[in-house]
Design a protein around this ligand. Structure first.
Ligand code: UDP
Length: 480
């Protein structure tokens, strides 16, 4: 067989498009032809990668698609701020089927790696006789927890939102409260567009060829086994994708979007600080807080006594609604607020940064691990409460801030005292040192995993090998 051609189709969210571009770079570096199908709003970083020499092809897909009832300016999942937009977004995703199939017809790839939010792609791939691999953007641990949660529904056996329960049949005893369970799990039986989509996603996962994880087996080996042996799924761990195999080739440029702050200015601010003396707090590209929660966070960070960089997403609330009076003057020189997009990976990699306050989005969590940083876990929505358990209880490289409630938008409920206390615990003292040592160990394992002969390196070899001899089920029957 000639050169394999892999087509990637991510959903419109930075947490999915960033690792997809990393994945395409990785596959390209192994000699495969790659094409990313991207919407105009997410094409910029791909064009930039092309300009810096990556032989990745780009096919543009209009979004919102023809016939969609989404307003034209809604182009990304992080714009789902009001409930009425969700069914329209779901509908728009399904309307992509026709234009995507047209592109697949033209591109004629050997494999489609597509997002979990695009369940119809399993049928599209079958139509063209190629395997579809699912990309969830998360890790295997969270998938196992979500599956067992869905199968056993242990949250139905408790009498209040606050009563703890554990999830059966998992390698570790993991305890949650009902208020931390994702809404899409609790209300999957309701008849609405999103719950219909969730059902389609489950069915689609089952009929797909397998799953790609942006993770490495050493990080979650019990769960890699569980996924395969208990849940009977096929998966390849090929990450951390951000490290790739040729990490020295590039410096960690701003990923996803242009930074709201000059990267050099930010890094030279950090240059003036002692090693491990600054805590970095950022909550990803989608999570939102109420003004009251932003206010508590500010007071908590100030009260922790630690130097900090805090990323506050732009455009949600005016400063007057949440910024404590005189805050920036008081913390001048020891606290920096970035309003908008931060060069996160560059910041995390700076020696002055000693810990990471994260919402436990999987990309951020993995970036924290790869930087060898203990974490304050502050999950907000999606599968983030599951990821918190991996960090705090399984890997024991973080401390929970104690958020109790899954909230799709407008999260609140974490006190200033909890913020200050959790930040101090990951920055100073023996416990912090122990966590730092442990996470340094995982950082080294991650580097070995992607290096030649490492587990993720081999994982990708195995996958490429399988793809090169793939025979569609229809052809298999023909030959019997
Ligand atoms: N990110 C960034 N700067 C920011 C916010 C986020 O570079 O100011 C990147 C971050 O490094 C990560 C991604 O955006 O790669 C966010 O993905 P994650 O899975 O952590 O969270 P999500 O945004 O999906 O909730």
């Amino acid at each position: 067989m000639g050169q394999l051609h892999i087509v990637f189709l991510p959903v419109m969210a930075h947490g999915h498009t960033i690792p997809t571009l990393d994945m395409a770079k990785l596959f390209t570096s192994r000699g495969l032809k790659t094409t990313i199908i991207a919407t105009p709003a997410f094409a910029g970083p791909i064009t930039k990668a092309q300009e810096s020499g990556h032989a990745i092809n780009l096919s543009i897909l209009k979004f919102p698609p023809k016939g969609s009832s989404l307003p034209d300016n809604v182009v990304s999942l992080d714009q789902m701020s009001t409930p009425d937009l969700i069914p329209k977004f779901v509908e728009a995703l399904s309307l992509l089927r026709e234009p995507v199939e047209k592109l697949l017809q033209e591109l004629n790839p050997n494999c489609l790696v597509s997002d979990m939010f695009l369940p119809w792609t399993a049928d599209s791939a079958a139509k063209f006789g190629i395997p579809r691999l699912v990309f969830h953007g998360t890790n295997c641990f969270a998938q196992c927890v979500a599956e067992q949660m869905h199968i056993h529904k242990p949250y139905k056996n408790v009498s209040s939102d606050a009563e703890p329960f554990s999830v059966p049949n998992l390698p570790h005893e993991l305890t949650f409260t009902r208020s931390q369970v994702p809404e899409f799990e609790l209300f999957e039986d309701e008849e609405n567009e999103f719950s219909k989509l969730r059902k389609q996603m489950r069915e689609s996962d089952k009929k797909s060829y397998g799953v790609i994880f942006n993770s490495f087996t050493e990080l979650e080996s019990d769960y890699a086994d569980h996924y395969k042996n208990v849940l009977g799924r096929k998966a390849w761990h090929i990450g951390p994708l951000l490290l790739r195999n040729n990490e020295n080739e590039e410096k960690p440029e701003s990923r996803g979007r242009e930074s709201a702050i000059d990267e050099h200015e930010c890094l030279s601010w950090l240059d003036s600080k002692k090693p491990n003396s600054v805590v970095y707090a950022c909550f990803g590209s989608i999570a939102t807080f109420t003004p009251a929660q932003l206010h508590e966070t500010a007071v908590g960070l100030e009260g922790s006594g630690q130097d900090f960089i805090w990323v506050v997403r732009n455009g949600k609330h005016d400063d007057e609604e949440w910024l404590p009076e005189g805050f920036e003057e008081r913390v001048k020189g020891r606290g920096l607020i970035i309003r908008g997009w931060a060069p996160q990976v560059a910041i995390l990699g700076h020696p002055a940064v000693g810990a990471f306050v994260t919402h436990c989005g999987w990309n951020s969590t993995l970036e924290g691990i790869c930087a060898g940083l203990p974490m304050v876990t502050w999950p907000v929505f999606a599968e983030q409460f599951y990821n918190e358990k991996l960090v705090v209880e399984v890997l024991r490289v973080g401390v929970s801030v104690g958020n109790k409630k899954w909230m799709r938008v407008g999260s609140e409920g974490v006190s200033r005292e909890a913020v200050a206390e959790a930040v101090r615990r990951v920055m100073v003292g023996e416990e912090a040192e122990e966590m730092r040592n442990r996470v340094e160990g995982y950082k080294e394992m991650a580097r070995r995993a992607v290096g030649e002969g490492g587990s993720s390196y081999k994982g990708l070899n195995d996958l490429i090998q399988e793809l090169s001899v793939y025979v569609p089920p229809s052809k298999k029957q023909d030959t019997v």
